[in-house]
Design a protein around this ligand. Sequence first.
Ligand SMILES: [Mg+2]
Length: 221
Amino acid sequence: MATVVFDFDSTLVPVESLEEVLRACDLDEDRLRWVEEITRRGMEGELDFRASLESRLAIAAPTREAVRAAGQDLAERLTPGAQACIAELRAGGHQVRIVSGGFRDVILPAARVLGLDAAHVHAVSAHWTPDGAFASLVEDGFVESKVAGAGALHPEWPRPVIAVGDGATDMALARAGIADHFVAFTEHVRRRFLDDAEVPEARSMDELRTLLAGLVTPSDD
Ligand SMILES: [Mg+2]
C-alpha cells in the first residue's frame, strides 16, 4: 500500500483555485492587476508563500460564499481522467491525499467527486465571521508551506509516498523526505524549474497512471 499525494491547483483542476475565488469577488481592474502581479511574483520566488497569500487576501478578502461558489464550480472542472486515475489507485488499496496551498473549503467539493475522505484533504483553512466575511487564516503549517504543513502529518502515511504536481513546492515534498518520489504533472502548465530537474513527467492523467503503476508497490492486503 502506497500513498499518492496530489497537488490541486493546475493539477487536479486546470486553474489556480485562489485566482478563481478572487475572481468571484468582483474586483475592479486595478485590484485585479495587483492580485495578478503578486501571483506572478510568488510563482517566480520573489515572495514567499505566506506573504503572497496574505497580500492577495488583503487586497480582496473573499467571502465564505465566494469560496463555496468557486469550490462548486471547480468540482465540475476536474482534469480529464483524474477521477479514473484516483479510482484505480484506491481500488489497488493505495491511499490518496490532496496537499494544497489553496483553501481547503474550495477543494472539498472536488474531493467529494473524486471519492476522497475530507480527512485526506490538507490545505489552508480560514476563520470566518458569523456573517461569512473573511476574518483570518488558521495558523497551522499550511500558511507557511506544503512542507511545513505536511511535515507534521506524513509519519502516518503508508510508504512509499509519491507526490504529484506542477509546482516546485510539490517537488519540495520529495526534497524534504516527506515523499519518496515526485512526478511532475504538466498537462496544464510546465514550469521552468523542470528544465533543470531530472524528474519523471506526466503530460496527462493517462501518462500519470502508467508512471504511478511503476512507483506504487503491489498491495498484499
Ligand atoms: Mg499546482
